[in-house]
Design a protein around this ligand. Sequence first.
Ligand code: F6P
Length: 549
Amino acid sequence: MNITQTPAWQALNTHRDSVAYCHLRDWFAADPDRFSHLSLEVEGLLADFSRQRLNQQTFDLLLKVAEVAEVTGWRDRLFAGEKINISEHRAVLHPALRHLEYEAYPSPEDNVQPDVLAVRDKMRLFTDSVRNGSWRGFSDEVILDVVNIGIGGSDLGPRLAVHALAAWRHPELKFHFVSNLDSADIAPLLDRLDPRTTLFVVVSKSFTTQETMINAMTARDWVEEGAGSPAQDVLARHFVAVTAEPGLAVEFGLPESNIFRIWDWVGGRYSLWSAAGLAIALAVGMDNFAALLSGAGAMDRHFREAPLAENLPVLMALVGIWNSNFLGAETSAVLPYNESLRYLPAFLQQLEMESNGKTVGRDGQPLACKANPVVWGAIGSNGQHAFFQLLHQGGWLVPCDFIATVESNFPLPGHQAPLLANCFAQAAALAFGKTEAEARSELEAAGLSDEQLTALLPHKVFTGNQPSTLLLLPKLDARYLGLLLALYEHKTFVQGVIWGVNSFDQWGVEIGKQLAGRLLPALRGEGDVAGLDESTAALIKWCRARKVL
Ligand code: F6P
């Protein structure tokens, strides 16, 4: 189906033409109850859409698009365990990982719950033993440092959650994340660590990802050298693996007992809820990990049961589609006003851009419209003093997600109220701007001469009308974190359904991997550059004239 040719989409085009030039000032003036009309609270998470450039009629028309795209049907297919990842012939069962009830999921015939629960039990035994000090390294010392080796979904989710939940972290354990193939990532870390007290968690669904395997082999050499022995027992005390390919982890040198299973039905960017989140469970304990799952499970229930018009992931998805496909925004910014969410922008970049960054639909046909915008962002209070200038006066349409919490995870007197004031102020300033008349009266009040005022005035005007959503949480404990991340997961899924893409494959990342494999021998001087494009051949020759390790 070409969604852009449907009457529902066309009606939105017409509606857009009539409202696109309305200013948020006018929207607010027209509806004194705009906030209560355009905000929603779900499980304690407040979402304020009132600063989006839309009204209830826009939402009604967007909901028609969701109906035409069969969002409800696709949602039911997801939860029923149908093989909706069609290009890989797989079901998409990550909600099973946060399904805490002891009932079959997705169905009694295809029940994955026994496997999920068995791995969760194994995670508890293992993480308890590391956390209580009964797990010992080769010299019988307790573990003090945990290093997660993985990349993409095998890194970003655990990295985000371990950082976000640092306030609940085991007091004696330190956590490190290695993802980059550049040895500048792992080398300085190993310099600081002691092999006797370091545990590596190698996370790779495929157990073939080049970056992860090279880093894991470097870590293995380092441990064996530290122990003075390559004995399997040494590895077994310092390495565990999380993978869907246990045979490859055994080849790496690990006993079965050190291997935690994941399955082909969980995609990397949806995997932090599985044993891929082992570092999270080691950091905050299995009870907090279960709270993370229960928060995500609560969002699953909401997404599954709430009518579309009151369904937060659906509304977030529709707002994004309105901004991108109707108002023409090409990027969207994630701006957490909470240091604990430092890694959220990177996590959402993978989640949204790897899921929906596509131009070909589920049916193999080119999409009729652009799918995902470019997602980027940073901690909001830092961004204010860096790139916000462009958001305020750069002339680009950049919809923003502001994310804030009432409490800090590390409270200190005098910090949180100014932080929240800045967050709310930025969202308001972006929305309402400052008119020429307002700027003029400010400059007059400051006593500027006519000449000074005329020169400065154009620089002091802010057009505003920059749309944003504000997500506000009471705090960021494990449950709220789960709720927030599952919200974005389902938003991404709904958008994929409407754009008509399969959100669960990522063929686009293959081309570079294949090419890198072909270039490697040439870079090492073991193959020639014949057949390579002129630029690549020249770069390789330039490097070969130097030394590449
Ligand atoms: O290159 C893309 C990708 O496959 C991601 O989708 C995935 O999260 C990452 O690589 C890591 O893959 P693996 O867990 O198999 O090492």
